[in-house]
Ligand binder design. Structure first.
Ligand code: GLN
Length: 425
């Protein structure tokens, strides 16, 4: 008791336990069907509201990248009718209404048109609305995917960005064992899909640009709207024509077998609202890399493992203890670009040790153009900063990442979880 008093008097760090309720809405939006896409989004939101009591509304609702418009736009002309200036248009309007309904933050991906120049400039953006329904932040995708290039999307001139989110009465001072609730402002990073990949798929894989940025910023909440592809997809520049046609046939086969329309499943909703429904860990070696598009209600573990790998700086890894600070020097001192490399810095073997971070991935599902299959599997992850001396796995087997829940790869639906994590103030 005396010690605790001393700590609080000496102005040392307080540990807050933060509890948030998070909802992720997974959708299969199709181009040209904005009205229907919005209808299903609302149906999901309303059914979520009906299944929870009023005092249990989510603190944050996350929608996917291009949540209401569809994703595979092929030219500037193709996408222009679906773009909106920030603070206008169907996506922001939906976000504002959802925010007002639940008094929550809402994050939604949409195609942005900036009209300030003579020629409008286009971005792949995410709008953030606060619990009063005001748009408080607009993040633009920094790393672009081939499809973004097709319609002339511009990179975020500011690069990766963070923005503080303020939550009322969601924290408790555990250093003083207090039961009183207090407000907390969380350091929050935003990333849209390809932001998680190596820049243009060309940068060194182990740079882990996005994860390193979030480690260096000490972000506690990381929010990612996505339109990430399933490996059944045929992608530009990635395979010989023969393999591509076999893959196209396989997609047709899968559609037939699953008995779903050519665009994938819509309206067959999956509600995953139970905190105890954690995702079973299945390591990379037990998941075939040629994962088929089946079992649509189950997450695509090959992508789940890959996403976790992209957050390697957040993972406990025993291997780090053998890395010498000297060998990191050229990598870390690199023009101030990063303070850490693969999670290690010049002053700490593992920067993230004893820290916590919550990562939200709101991915879309469904099929576009008969060749692009999205991976769904929206999920909530907690990196717990523990197990530094024992863990060696770089996939979902690593116990320093908790798989709090995932939706299936191919169904629209809602994932709802209560997350609890610690921050210091
Ligand atoms: N790397 C992602 C993928 O392969 C990029 C997709 C995106 O940015 N929408 O699916």
């Amino acid at each position: 008791m005396g010690l605790k008093l001393m700590f609080s008097m000496s102005n040392s760090a307080r540990t807050l336990s933060v509890s948030l309720r998070i909802a992720i809405v997974q959708l299969n939006p199709q181009i040209g069907q904005v009205k229907q896409n919005i209808e299903r989004a609302w149906e999901l939101v309303h059914r979520l509201r009906e299944s929870i009591s009023k005092d249990k509304a989510p603190d944050l609702v996350l929608f996917p990248e291009f949540a209401l418009t569809g994703y595979n736009f092929h030219s500037r002309e193709h996408i222009l009718p679906y773009t909106s200036v920030r603070n206008e248009g169907p996506s922001i309007n939906l976000a504002k209404e959802v925010s007002r309904l639940f008094k929550c933050y809402t994050v939604i991906g949409y195609p942005e048109r900036d009209d300030q120049d003579v020629e409008p400039v286009l971005y792949n953006s995410a709008a953030v609305t606060d619990p009063t329904g005001q748009q408080v932040f607009n993040y633009r995708k920094s790393f672009l995917y081939y499809t973004d290039d097709d319609w002339g999307c511009q990179e975020n001139p500011l690069g990766f960005q963070s923005f503080p989110l303020h939550f009322k009465n969601r924290a408790r001072n555990v250093s003083e064992d207090s039961s009183e609730l207090e407000d907390v402002t969380l350091r929050t990073g935003f990333g849209i899909c390809m932001d998680l990949s190596p820049y243009k798929f060309e940068a060194p894989f182990y740079d882990f640009e996005f994860a390193t940025y979030n480690i260096d910023q000490r972000n506690e909440l990381i929010i990612c709207p996505m339109a990430w592809l399933h490996s059944a997809s045929v992608t530009k520049n990635s395979e010989p024509a023969t393999a591509a046609s076999a893959k196209l046939e396989a997609i047709q086969e899968a559609i037939k077998k699953e008995g779903i329309p050519a665009c994938g499943s819509q309206g067959n909703y999956q509600f995953n609202l139970n905190n105890s429904d954690v995702t079973p860990r299945i390591g990379r070696e037990s998941v075939s890399s040629e994962s088929e598009y089946n079992e649509l209600d189950k997450p695509d573990m090959s992508n789940v493992n890959y996403w976790i790998l992209r957050f390697m700086p957040f993972l406990a890894l025993k291997q780090r203890s053998s890395w010498l600070a000297r060998s990191l020097e050229p990598l870390v001192a690199d023009k101030g670009k990063r303070k850490s490399y693969m999670g290690a810095s010049l002053t700490s073997q593992w920067e993230f040790r004893n820290r916590n971070a919550i990562v939200l991935m709101g991915n879309r599902c469904g099929i576009e153009d008969a060749n692009t299959v999205f991976a769904g599997s929206s999920g909530i992850y907690k990196f717990n900063g523990k197990f530094a001396d024992v863990e060696t796995d770089i996939d979902s087997l690593n116990k320093s990442v908790e798989l709090l829940g995932n939706l299936g790869k191919g169904l629209e639906g809602v994932l709802l979880r209560d997350v609890t994590f610690e921050v210091t103030r």
